[in-house]
Design a protein around this ligand. Structure first.
Ligand code: ATP
Ligand code: MG
Length: 352
């Protein structure tokens, strides 16, 4: 073959930014061949669902991003998030072979999925046998609403791409983590704070033991800035990114940002408390923080202080070489926001 087929792009369609990543497989490991993003208007995506009336706007934004990034077509991996679109649950069921479970998953899943079982795509991953030898095993169950998957696929196809894998943002995060940080013993939390959603994926010796998508994110910061400083949403986004806006005092910005941050920390605190009370050995040794909010000045440091847990800002390119053609300084700066897109770009056709 003269031309090696390119890897699918990882397409993270967030509620505030669409991010795209393409990786090359090289002898020395992964290489970041492409990164780009585009802002989308608020209200196109709500709790992980594309609003019907806004579909064309999303297609147009995606086309614009592709033009900007020089993407003409090809395969894409997309991710789903949001508690009303995707359900991920750790369940314990009788010991059986993978094949057998594939056949019976629908019946096993029925009691755990709050939607009609015929309206969801089901997937699972066997985590392992229960040590007590009670003939049971732990399984991660994934159920994604078919309508949500279809909507995203339709948008992606209309923009001229071919959706080859539909993943879940939470799992994209753990793939990103494993490739860059390897298997970590003990208990760590991967936390991705986006605009609308906070994804929490707690790993114990590399396996997901607790997952949750919370409906709080960095829009809380933007809302607080808009309200307390009486400025436009655009200006709120500007000052959030550390730029100056006429008539706005940096100390007032800090004040609004910190009160919004406290709301996010409280939500995380609640989730961790729940985790501690429901999972054995629930002592977290570290938080790996990603998402656009991780870029906000002081956000990770204060999080560590409030939760009493070490916080490390994720570098999704720790173990991925950035191509010389790209602006490495810029990419390092926005890197935490690229975490999900990198995880998606790691997926290959035929992966389970
Ligand atoms: N450089 C930056 N400095 C500060 N905040 C930033 C920066 N870049 C992005 N953000 C903020 O991060 C958020 C976007 O993060 P991200 O791209 O992870 O969210 P998303 O994927 O669009 O949203 P979601 O996953 O919740 O639907 C926005 O609220 C934005 O204001
Ligand atoms: Mg996101």
């Amino acid at each position: 073959m003269l031309f090696k087929k390119k890897n699918p792009i990882g397409l993270d369609i967030g509620s505030s930014y669409i991010k795209v990543v393409q990786l090359n497989d090289t002898k020395a490991g992964y290489e970041l061949a492409l990164y780009d993003s585009i802002a989308i208007s608020q209200g196109i995506i709500s709790d992980g669902v594309v609003l019907e009336l806004e579909k064309d706007n999303l297609v147009n934004a995606l086309k614009e991003l592709m033009k900007k990034a020089g993407i003409k077509g090809g395969d894409a991996v997309i991710g789903i998030a949001g508690h009303s679109s995707a359900i991920i649950k750790n369940i314990t069921i009788p010991l059986m072979a993978e094949e057998e479970l594939a056949n019976s998953i629908k019946y096993e899943a029925e009691q755990y999925v709050p939607f009609d079982i015929n309206d969801v795509n089901l997937d699972f991953q066997i985590l392992g046998t229960r040590p007590e030898g009670e003939g049971q095993m732990d399984v991660v169950l994934v159920a994604v609403k078919k309508t949500v998957v279809n909507d995203y696929c339709e948008v992606v196809e209309e923009a001229g791409l071919y959706p080859v894998v539909v993943d879940v943002d939470l799992f994209a995060l753990s793939n990103m983590y494993e490739v860059n940080y390897g298997l970590t013993e003990g208990t760590i939390a991967l936390i991705n704070v986006g605009a609308n959603t906070t994804n929490i994926n707690i790993l114990q010796n590399g396996q997901p033991v607790f997952t949750r998508d919370s409906a709080i994110g960095s829009n809380t910061h933007t809302d607080a800035l808009e309200r307390s400083l009486n400025i436009s949403r655009e200006d709120a986004e500007r000052v959030k990114m550390g730029r100056s806006v006429e008539g706005v005092e940096p100390s007032d910005v800090q004040l609004a940002l910190s009160s919004a941050s406290e709301e996010i920390y409280s939500e995380l605190h609640r989730s961790f408390e729940y985790f501690r009370s429901s999972v054995e050995g629930g002592d977290l040794s570290k938080i790996i923080l990603s998402g656009g909010a991780a870029i906000i000045k002081g956000f990770p440091e204060t999080m560590a202080d409030r939760l009493g847990i070490e916080v490390e800002v994720a570098d999704p390119f720790k173990n991925i070489k950035i191509s010389g053609k790209l602006d490495a300084a810029y990419i390092k700066e926005i890197a935490p926001a690229a975490a999900v897109a990198v995880g998606l770009a790691l997926r290959r056709i035929g992966d389970k």
